[in-house]
Design a protein around this ligand. Structure first.
Ligand SMILES: [Zn+2]
Length: 79
């Protein structure tokens, strides 16, 4: 994914405002977008979650969100 063509927002707030505008647009049928920080441009972009795959910072955040604190006590023994 090339984010050079994406709109650059100076901070999270402006990106989130843009996202809410995009997501409330009835002509937007591509699904909801979210805002994410871009380390390359030191700014914020909007996009679909699948676009994040080349952005390690956001990917880490997503991994953290997916791994919600569920404590399983089942330990697998490998011997
Ligand atoms: Zn970028």
């Amino acid at each position: 994914m090339n984010c050079n063509k994406k709109i650059k927002y100076p901070n999270k707030n402006t990106a989130l405002i843009a996202v809410s505008r995009i997501n409330s647009d009835p002509s937007n049928k591509d699904g909801n977008q979210t805002a994410y920080e871009c380390r390359h441009h030191e700014c914020w972009h909007t996009g679909h979650p699948k676009d994040y795959s080349d952005n390690p910072f956001v990917r880490i955040n997503q991994i953290f969100e997916q791994k919600k604190p569920k404590k399983k006590k089942g330990k697998y023994k490998t011997n």
